[in-house]
Design a protein around this ligand. Structure first.
Ligand code: IMP
Length: 428
């Protein structure tokens, strides 16, 4: 793709990763870009993520299934780094797709993906309750405990469902979990449930890494769909208020053995403002009337958890850190229409701790909590922009807002979301 071409015509290997705290509309962008994809692949996270897709088939909240599933010609992969929540996959998402007449015959699940078991969800809840003051505010989808067991080399993987000794392994693990965590989970019930799940997913369980390698050799278009966002990354985010996977380009390598420099288009997505759900510092958090307006207009209530997301002004220090660390070369900005009507809009252009200038240090929430934002105030716009399809037709102040962001982070905004539905967007 030439530099001047639109992202709409992308080719090669692309990924969409959040460069904020998530909930930036990845689902709708993926749904869009997936039209050109031969493969769409999820590489991290589990059912803690909620990717909302609105298209000709209807409105969907996907958690595990890649948002590219609606392009029935694209193979959709669930990589081995995904915490495989079969309850969500089979009893929720497949039901949603079925009722809309969408086939998932193009789905492939990595045989090494670790399964989220009922005890993981329970442990997630117990852990949170016992955390005392510094609760993380997890989604209680069992994602942290699932990854913890994988690291402890105890996780059951998709392929294990079909092994002759599965029953024994399940029994051994269940006994352990019941004992250590004082649970009373029934072996019979869990066996029945997972036998049912295993039958449903069997046709789709395979090795996904060779599929990526073959597609790469054949120069097919591959699109990686990130979940959550960079500041929730287990290593580079605001630890401990993070999720338990690598949410940036590193996660792609871990799931698919595809080195980050092989990715042609690293698309960093953010909203035109930020939100954070769960605990942890957000220097640009908005209080008062503006907060209420953004929550209301932006529908800032979690797809997965139903929790209200805290809004903040766009933090350019953070965006720049995410862009540099992931070598982001395209930016996508969604929900700019939500900012319509504000007289002025602020962006963060620096931090101070006391009188000293500060920057972002990854992996340390307590450091970020000390950072005081330095704001630049920009003039807002009043005109409805939801029907605008060309950058030059945006109000001058909206153009100026986007240019200010571009100048600060030194890359272009190539996609602007001006409304939630398919088509309500500008490809620059
Ligand atoms: P967990 O991933 O459920 O363990 O939650 C850890 C933190 O990440 C909490 O603050 C969650 O609110 C946040 N989180 C997890 N998934 C998402 C997401 O998809 N969007 C936004 N925040 C998320």
């Amino acid at each position: 793709m030439k530099k001047t071409d639109s992202l709409k015509n992308w080719e090669g290997i692309a990924c969409v990763i959040g460069i904020d705290w998530g909930d930036s509309g990845k689902g709708r962008l993926i749904d869009n870009l997936a039209a050109r994809a031969n493969i769409v692949a999820r590489f991290n996270g589990g059912s803690n993520t909620g990717h909302t897709v609105k298209n000709n088939y209807g409105k969907f909240a996907l958690h595990i299934i890649p948002s590219g599933i609606f392009n029935q010609k694209a193979i959709c992969l669930i990589g081995r780094g995904v915490a495989l929540d079969l309850e969500s996959l089979v009893d929720d998402e497949m039901v949603q797709l079925k009722s809309a007449g969408v086939s998932w015959k193009n789905l492939r699940i990595d045989q090494q993906a670790t399964i989220v078991m009922p005890w993981h969800k329970i442990r997630d809840g117990i852990r949170e309750e016992l955390r005392g003051g510094a609760k993380i505010g997890t989604t209680k989808r069992g994602v942290g405990p699932t990854y913890a067991d994988r690291i402890e080399r105890q996780g059951l993987r998709a392929k294990d469902l079909y092994e002759a000794d599965f029953k024994d392994r399940l029994k051994e693990e269940l006994d352990f979990q019941n004992k250590i965590f004082s649970l009373k989970l029934s072996f019979k019930e869990i066996l029945e449930t997972f036998t049912r799940y295993s039958k449903v997913i069997k046709p789709y369980v395979t090795q996904t890494i060779p599929l990526i390698k073959e597609a790469k050799s054949a120069r097919k278009n591959i699109l990686f769909e990130g979940a959550q966002a960079y500041f929730l990354d287990i290593d580079f985010g605001t630890y401990p208020f993070v999720t338990s996977s690598n949410t940036g380009v590193l996660g792609i390598w871990r799931s698919f053995e595809l080195y980050p420099t092989e990715i042609n288009h690293v698309i960093g997505i953010t909203k035109a403002y930020m939100t954070r759900v769960g605990s942890g510092p957000m220097p640009s958090k908005i209080e008062g009337e503006a907060r209420e307006i953004i929550i209301e207009k932006g529908g800032e209530i979690g797809t997965t958890s139903g929790r209200i997301r805290d809004p903040g002004w766009l933090d350019l220090v953070l965006l720049k850190a995410a862009v540099e660390a992931n070598k982001v070369n395209h930016m996508a900005m969604t929900k700019i229409d939500v900012l319509t009507g504000f007289k002025t809009i602020k962006v963060v252009t620096g931090y101070k701790i006391g009188s000293k200038e500060a920057g972002y240090i990854s992996g340390d929430a307590s450091y970020l909590a000390k950072c005081q934002p330095v704001y630049q105030t920009l003039p807002g716009w009043q005109q409805d922009i939801s029907s605008v399809r060309n950058f030059k037709d945006l109000p001058k102040n909206a153009q100026n807002y986007i240019k200010t962001v571009e100048n600060f982070v030194s890359i272009k905004v190539d996609f602007i979301g001006v409304g939630p539905a398919r088509g309500e967007e500008i490809y620059v």
